[in-house]
Every structure is written in C-alpha cells, then in structure tokens.
Design a binder for this molecule. Structure first.
Ligand code: NAD
Length: 380
C-alpha cells in the first residue's frame, strides 16, 4: 500500500496532512510512504525529519499522484492533480463537499474513494478524528492573540506607580469549541470576559473558565438539536440575542464571534449599530466569516475599519499556527486512516458509521445524499 504526502498548493495554506510521527506509525503498519519534497516546510518540518522515520522522497508530483493508493490532504487537490490520480485511489481531507462539491468531479471520474474530515460524525468514538474541533481550538486561541495585537490597549489589569490600567473587556459570541478556547485564552491574558450562546448547556462551561455568561430569556424554546448543536432560531428569538449583543458591545473592547448552525449561513448577530456602540480602537474578529460571518460589516478574508472599529474576518486562522494545527490534524487523519486500513491493506467497511458518514465518493459516484443534493443545487 503506497501513501503519498503532497505539498499543499494554495498560497495561503501552510499545514501539512501528516507529520513525521504519523508517517512512522503508517510505516510500522507495513505501508510505503513517499513525501513530495518540501511538503512540511511551511509547517517547520524538514524532508530529513520524514526520511529519518523511513519515508521516501520524491520531487515528481505526477508520479506520486499516479502511483499512490492513499493520499491524505489538507485541502482538495487541484483539478489537474485529480486527473492524474491512480484509478480507485483513496483521498482523505477537508474536501469541502457541501460548499464546493463541483471541485471533486475530476477525482470522482477517476473512481477515487473520498473521505471528508468535515463529515466525520461527531460521536464519542470519532472524537479523536474530529479535525473540525482541532482546527476550531487553534482558531479560538489565535483569534484572541490577533485581537490583543490589534487592540491599542493591554489585556490585563495593571497597578503601577503611574496609575492603574483597567483590564480589557472581551465578549465572545458562541461558546462552542472555538468560543471556549477564545474565552480561556483571553482569561489567561487577564481580560474580563463575557460570553453568549443560545445553548443553555454552554453556560456552565463558560462560567467554569472564569467568564460571565450573559443570558437572554428566549421563553423556553428548544435551541439545541439531538446532537447538541444549535438549531436555527426564529427571527424573533435571534432578535432578542441581537438586542443583548448591541447593548453589551458598548462595554466591549474586543468581540470574538464564533456562532454557527451546521449546514446554514452563520447567524447575523452583531449589527452595524452594535459596532457603532463600540469605542474607537475596538476590535471584532469574526471566526464565522467562512460561513458568511456573524457581524453585518464582515467582509470574509478582509479587514474593514468602520467608525474606528477594526473588523477582521479570517478565512483560515489554523494556517497561521501551522506546526500545532498540522500536528492535531495529522493525529486526527492518522486515527481515521487506522479505521480504513487493516494489516496494511485497505478494508472499507461501509457499514461502519464513521466510514459511511464521511464517505463522499466511491466507485465513480457520489455516495453521500447531502453532497449529491449540494451538487445539484450548485449546478442548477
Ligand atoms: P458550531 O461551530 O456549530 O457553533 C459554535 C457555537 O455557536 C455553538 O456553541 C452554538 O450553540 C452557537 N450558536 C449558534 N447559533 C447561535 C446564536 N444565534 N446565538 C448564539 N450562539 C449561537 O459548534 P461547535 O463548536 O462545533 O460545537 C457545538 C457543541 O457540540 C459543543 O457543545 C461541543 O462541545 C459539541 N461537540 C461535540 C463533539 C463530539 O461529541 N465529538 C465534537 C465537537 C463538538
């Protein structure tokens, strides 16, 4: 079984799909691993670190594509690469099958079996394969570090001979994986932190991190689905949150927004009026930017200044922390691969909930209903 690790092609991508420890484990299971020279360079991993654990080195990408049985990736391969895949090759990565299913067509035509890390079901058995949570953890941390860098104030309370410096006030919208990490990071830097979430269960977690949970009475409506995720709110319930956020913005130096509803556009919660309530120099980091943003003024991928408030909508914060983002991602992918491989051979048990749930294409066809529907909607 041949495994290839390729250089990511997007200029903004710095992560690598597998780190040397994962490569060592695959080789230990009897696989041959070849890396494209330089694949780990932007994540501070040299070719030597891979060859030291037994990987082969290649500079001929086309050969790697044509000869490999398994290709773990961070992002979808470009169309020209997909067309060179060995027939029936297995690809695993963030394939964006619901946002951009058309970008997978060339690999589908090559009969590739594709697994999307985004579609790994969030069940207890799959926790160690949950790459979305890993990347959300990195993004939540980095959002606060960036905000601290952009804010013209310090975060901690300081009592000095020259007087007292008050702590920064950070408001976090959405207390899921990214939000909780943002809260913990802002607290470590000494900020006073408040957070809002529609899921009442998030309240205890927020408080356990030393932050205040701001609540609004939604009249006892159901805000969570069976899987523990937020449901899309009615416009009336959403508006109650917006009012609370607009008010809390007046006393916030930094707002980090992370609210998402799986499969939907991110809810618009921080309106222009809320931003205009913030004082000069304040910062908004909108982690929901890839899903349209939680702030009305967010331009995904850009920095906007409105009335002296800086609003940044990053699209790939994990790539700004490539070592640890790659390390976590690599462990998630490696655990997932262990499920696909038995004694060094591919063993695709399509009755396994995790394998079935994350499989996008097999045998020359899209096999996931949501992806087929997304493909129809995109081509309509
Ligand atoms: P997410 O990225 O989908 O959403 C982020 C947060 O936004 C969530 O906490 C959500 O409640 C909140 N939100 C959505 N709409 C909102 C609104 N209108 N107003 C305020 N907040 C709003 O969620 P996530 O971070 O991926 O995780 C959500 C939950 O799932 C968490 O409880 C997490 O611990 C749990 N989870 C479980 C597993 C697992 O069991 N394997 C894995 C990951 C996450």
């Amino acid at each position: 079984m041949r495994v290839a690790i390729l250089k990511e092609t997007s200029p903004l991508e710095t992560r690598v799909a597998l780190m040397p420890d994962a490569v060592k484990s695959l080789i230990g299971q009897g696989m041959q691993v070849t890396i494209e020279s330089g694949c780990g360079a932007r994540a501070s991993v040299s070719d030597e670190e891979y060859t030291r654990v037994g990987a082969n080195l290649s500079t001929v990408r086309g050969e790697l594509l044509a000869n490999s049985d398994v290709i773990p990736v961070v992002n979808v391969l470009p169309e020209a690469d997909q067309a060179k895949l060995k027939s029936g090759a297995v690809m695993v990565g963030f394939l964006r099958p619901l946002d951009g299913p058309g970008a997978l067509q060339a690999a589908v035509s090559r009969g590739a079996t594709m697994f999307s890390m985004e579609l790994v079901p969030r069940i207890t058995r799959a926790q160690s394969m949950d790459a979305l949570s890993s990347m959300a953890t990195v993004a939540g941390y980095k959002a606060v570090i960036m905000a601290a860098e952009m804010l013209p104030r310090m975060f901690p309370l300081l009592m000095t001979a020259a007087g007292t410096v008050p702590p920064a006030h950070v408001f976090v919208l959405g207390a899921g994986v990214a939000g909780l990490q943002a809260i913990a990071t802002a607290r470590r830097l000494g900020a006073v932190v408040e957070a809002y979430d529609v899921r009442a269960a998030a309240g205890e977690q927020v408080k356990s991190l030393g932050a205040k949970f701001v609540e609004v009475d939604l009249g006892g409506i159901q805000t969570e689905d069976k899987g523990g995720y937020a449901k899309e709110l009615t416009p009336e319930a959403l508006e109650l949150g917006v009012q609370l956020i607009t008010k809390t913005a007046k006393t916030s130096d930094v707002i980090i927004t992370t609210a998402q509803v799986p499969g939907r556009r991110a809810p618009l919660m921080l309106r222009k009026e809320g931003v205009e309530n913030m004082r000069l120099g304040s910062v908004v980091i909108d982690l929901a930017a890839p899903a349209g943003g939680n702030c009305e003024l967010t331009k995904p991928g850009e920095t906007v200044v409105h009335n002296g408030v800086t609003i940044f909508g990053p699209l790939n914060l994990p790539a700004t922390v490539p070592v640890h983002a790659s390390q976590l991602y690599s462990r998630n992918v490696n655990t997932f691969l262990a499920l696909l491989l038995k004694k060094g051979e591919l063993n695709l048990d399509m009755n396994d909930e995790i394998i079935k749930g994350s499989c996008v294409a097999h045998g020359g066809q899209i096999v996931n209903e949501r992806v087929s529907a997304a493909l129809k909607a995109h081509s309509a």
